[in-house]
Design a protein around this ligand. Structure first.
Ligand code: FES
Ligand code: FE2
Length: 389
């Protein structure tokens, strides 16, 4: 992709120490080809997020997902195991599943080849001629669905499309260590009222870089700022694949009642909450009584779908009718906060079209977590762009 050869120098500047670094270059926000570059060099090599585990909640549930233009399929088998396959028939390439549904077999609508939930080719009607359902040239053992490495974590489904990333457990270990107090706990999804989607007219990276920093809180989130001020926040910026911010004064105002906490948490979590961008496309929030995940799906280089799902510490908090008003209130609070961010991420998208904008500068004191993300993206793209790419 010769159009991106000129990115090498700007990407090198992004990877300088934060005191001297530029932000990512405009082309990665304004050029349609940027999404192709990112699919190849940022999303596909290693782990990215595909969807939520509850998209395919029960045995036989299948859920098609367009992952940056790549048709994938989540499949939950009878034993509860989730797998991800390419959503394409091994015969002549028909898309297998168009919408979420419950299945016994995955049947191609074109010539009715059928696959098990484990991806095995189970039926090939008339493949050997009318009434003959086998042919020596078609070996079912070698014609199953193509599986994509996948893993569940935090109610999310991650995929390694290239298959070249580290084992998921190794990759996620640093975040699990950071949040070890929550490790191994079930997260209970709060149902329909704990789920909402925002469609935002910006590049997906702007959503990550805005989420990572607390610098904008006093100006963009005046409500949050009344109880959680800028000086109550700290940066989370380890080297690696996540960054964000935390607050020491988590104190939501939900009125008279409250949700039950995760049992046995250390007291530090009484007032601490953390907000982490898990690169490339997940934003997480964790608190003593609930957690949420935001899946960022790039729908184009200037449009992003933000899907927000909220989870609770107990089944009762997540499903009991008595908690429904509180769940609604909590979802409305978060929705209001995330909507407050829209004008800035959309504004930065428009700003990227200024012809002389040089990529801007970071505040070394306040933008460290955002620089971590930019440097990570820059490193992935730099190392992936081969001469003539
Ligand atoms: S393309 Fe699927 S059965 Fe022919
Ligand atoms: Fe914000």
């Amino acid at each position: 992709m010769p159009a991106f050869d000129h990115l090498a120098a700007p990407l090198a500047r992004v990877q300088r120490p934060v005191t001297d670094a530029n932000v990512l270059p405009n082309a990665l926000y304004t050029e349609a080809e940027s999404l192709e570059i990112e699919r190849r060099h940022v999303f596909n090599p290693g782990w990215s997020c595909l969807g939520f585990a509850h998209d395919a909640p029960g045995p036989g549930d299948v859920c098609p997902v367009d992952h940056l233009g790549q048709p994938l399929l989540m499949v939950r088998d009878a034993a509860g195991t989730l797998r991800v396959f390419e959503n394409v028939c091994r015969h002549r390439g028909m898309i297998l599943v168009e919408k979420p549904q419950k299945t016994n077999l995955i049947r191609c609508p074109y010539h009715s080849w059928c696959y098990s939930h484990a991806g095995a080719l189970k039926a090939t009607p008339h493949v050997g001629g009318a009434g003959i359902n086998a042919h020596d040239a078609i070996d079912p053992e070698r014609t199953g669905l193509t599986e994509i490495k996948s893993a569940e974590f935090f109610g999310l489904v991650f995929v390694d499309v290239s298959g070249t990333g580290p084992a998921f457990a190794d990759w996620i270990a640093p975040l699990q260590t950071r949040w070890a107090d929550f490790a191994g706990r079930a997260l209970y999804h709060g149902g329909a009222s704990s789920s909402f989607t925002l469609n935002v007219a910006c590049n997906w990276k702007l959503a990550v870089e805005n989420y990572c920093e607390s610098y904008h809180l006093p100006f963009v989130h005046p409500g949050l700022n009344t109880y959680s001020r800028l000086e109550d926040h700290y940066h989370i910026e380890p080297p690696g694949f996540f960054s964000g911010q935390g607050t020491r004064v988590y104190a939501p105002d939900l009125g008279e009642t409250s949700f039950p906490d995760f049992a046995g948490l250390p007291s530090v979590w009484d007032t601490t909450a953390e907000y982490i961008g898990l690169y490339p496309n997940v934003l997480l929030g964790i608190h003593r009584d609930h957690a949420y995940a935001i899946l960022l799906s790039p729908e184009g280089h200037e449009t992003t779908r933000e899907r927000v799902e909220i989870f609770y510490a107990t089944q009762e908090a997540a499903t009991a009718p008595a908690f429904e008003p509180l769940r609604q209130k909590n979802a409305a609070l978060w929705k209001a906060v995330f909507e407050e961010d829209i004008f800035v991420v959309e504004g930065m998208q428009k700003g990227r079209r200024a012809p002389h904008f040089d990529g801007g500068r970071f505040s070394p004191a306040m933008d460290g977590p955002t620089h971590c993300f930019h440097a990570w993206v820059a490193e992935r793209i730099s190392s992936g762009i081969a001469p003539g790419d």
